[in-house]
Structures are given as structure tokens and as C-alpha cells.
Design a protein around this ligand. Structure first.
Ligand code: CUA
Length: 301
């Protein structure tokens, strides 16, 4: 009996003391450290030599970043994959690449492909409500395309540049869940079409939108008459204030939202996001604040 008790105690201690073994939503310190490292701050494909490429991927609920990977044939491809939140899988069906991606750890495998082919990347670990939407592309090509246009504006950006960046960032970070048309997926991901202008109708909600992007959102929400109980990931560590402002402006004006905005609607700027960033919040606190602010108008929320 005593031996059993000790064994039980040990196994509980083992489970509790290993960060990452049990998925939790808040970023743990090692995760933060990994995401801030040079390799993962800008995930993607990096040429290391004439026939050597590095592919850095961050898996999060519910997409891979980058969502599309392009590498050439006959080169050594080193994959480094980490998770920003819970345990995911990184599997390229039809190849030997199949890794478990654990938050706080960086998984590393390498491979060489001899024929051009378009593969899929799938997550084979159940990671939450949007798990089945975690699909990326992995294209092996005969010849690498020219470097694509960098979507991170540096220095003073023109409104046109910001609009372009906002659209591109939305496509790469948000559209997998909220969909390209902003309609979301009923029951899984709330729509942004129509619901964003409702946020903006009250100055307090405006800051809240920046909070949602910076810190994520956890808890029950209602949008356009439907209930949702998923987890919105935090983007504060991965996106700059300018990039977040660009996304906020995009979702505030796309899909007819612009016409529904209250009179005197002004675009977001990096300064507004910077001030929201000063007060650190948890995703659960953002959810509570949203519930509190929306308690007044129960028509749609
Ligand atoms: Cu990520 Cu399933």
C-alpha cells in the first residue's frame, strides 16, 4: 500500500513538474523564450547554403506559421518546429516527416526531396476545437521562386502599405479560423463581419479589440447571435504594434464593416496598440472584460 502511495505521488509530481507535458493555454516562459529566438521570431524558409535550407515552423491553435512552405528539390531541408500553445503534430503525409510538437521544445528532423511535389502539412494531435482546420502546404519545387515581398513595413509606412500589410497579415494569421470572408465558422470561430463595428461603437471596446489580438481571448463569447467557447491565441509576442494596428484596420473596414462603423471612425495606429500593450492581461481577463463591456447590449452579443 505504502509503495503504491509513493508511486502515485511520484507520478503526480512527474506530471505536474514537466511543463509542456500537459497543454495549458498561457504561454510558459520557455515557450516565450523559444518564440523570441531569432529562428522563430520570423518563422519560414531560410537558405543556409547552396543545397541546404532551414524551415522554422511555429504550430499554434489552429494553424502552422508559415502556412505554406516552399523548398527546392535535391537540398537538405532541416525542419525546426515548435508550439506556441498546446501539443500539436507536424506531419507531411507521404513523407517520413511526422513529429510531435510540444510547447517548450523544438523538434528537429531533416530530409531531402528528389522530385517536385505539392504535399500537405497536417496536425495529427488533437489540439482543440479547430484541430481539423490545421492544414498547411509543403511544396517541393524544381526551382525556388524569387523572394516574396516582405509584408512587415519598416520605418514610416504609408496608409496604402499598411492596408496591404493588414490584408496580408489577416490572410496568413487570421483567415484559417475567421475565414477569408470574415464569416467565421459557426460553432467554432466567431465571425468578424458585422461584429467588429459593434466593438468600435464604444471607445472602450476599441481598446478591447487591441487587447484581444495582443493577449488572446478565453471564455464564452456571443457574436451575431451564436455562442462560442474556443480560445483565440495571443499575437502580442509575434506581431509588432504596427502589424496589429494594420490587422485591426483591415478587419474594421473589410466585408462591409467600414459602412457599419460609427461616425467618426478613425483608423488604429501603432501608438494605440502600444498603450494597450503596457497593461499586461491574460486571455481569460480579456474574455471577462469583453463579457463585462458587452453585458449592456444583449441584442447581438
Ligand atoms: Cu494542432 Cu491538431
Amino acid at each position: 500500500m505504502a509503495a503504491l502511495g509513493v508511486l502515485l505521488g511520484l507520478s503526480i509530481w512527474w506530471m505536474m513538474s514537466a511543463p509542456g507535458r500537459f497543454p495549458t493555454t498561457p504561454l510558459t516562459d520557455p515557450v516565450r523564450k523559444i518564440l523570441r529566438s531569432p529562428m522563430f521570431r520570423h518563422p519560414g524558409v531560410t537558405k543556409l547554403g547552396p543545397h541546404h535550407y532551414r524551415v522554422a515552423v511555429v504550430a499554434h491553435q489552429f494553424q502552422f506559421e508559415p502556412s505554406k512552405i516552399v523548398v527546392p528539390v535535391n537540398a537538405r531541408i532541416d525542419f525546426y518546429v515548435t508550439s506556441a500553445d498546446v501539443i500539436h503534430g507536424f506531419e507531411i503525409p507521404g513523407t517520413d516527416v511526422n513529429i510531435e510538437v510540444i510547447p517548450g521544445y523544438v523538434a528537429h528532423v531533416f530530409a531531402t526531396y528528389h522530385k517536385p511535389h505539392d504535399y500537405l502539412v497536417v496536425c495529427d494531435q488533437y489540439c482543440g476545437i479547430g484541430h481539423q482546420n490545421m492544414i498547411g502546404a509543403f511544396d517541393v519545387v524544381a526551382k525556388m521562386p524569387l523572394p516574396s515581398v516582405q509584408v512587415v513595413p519598416s520605418g514610416p509606412a504609408t496608409p496604402a502599405m499598411l492596408a496591404q500589410a493588414g490584408q496580408a497579415l489577416y490572410a496568413s494569421r487570421c483567415a484559417a479560423c475567421h475565414q477569408a470572408n470574415g464569416q467565421g465558422l459557426p460553432g467554432a470561430f466567431p465571425p468578424l463581419a458585422k461584429s467588429v463595428p459593434e466593438y468600435e461603437s464604444d471607445p472602450r471596446h476599441r481598446t478591447l479589440l487591441a487587447d484581444v489580438l495582443l493577449y488572446g481571448l478565453k471564455g464564452k463569447v456571443k457574436a451575431e447571435g451564436k455562442s462560442y467557447n474556443g480560445v483565440m491565441p495571443a499575437w502580442g509576442d509575434q506581431l509588432s504594434n504596427t502589424q496589429i494596428a494594420a490587422i485591426l484596420d483591415y478587419i474594421g473596414t473589410a466585408w462591409g464593416n467600414k459602412e457599419a462603423e460609427p461616425a467618426g471612425y478613425k483608423p488604429y495606429d501603432a501608438a494605440a496598440v502600444a498603450s494597450a500593450r503596457k497593461q499586461t492581461m491574460t486571455s481569460a481577463a480579456v474574455g471577462q472584460l469583453r463579457a463585462k463591456l458587452f453585458a449592456g447590449h444583449t441584442q447581438k452579443h
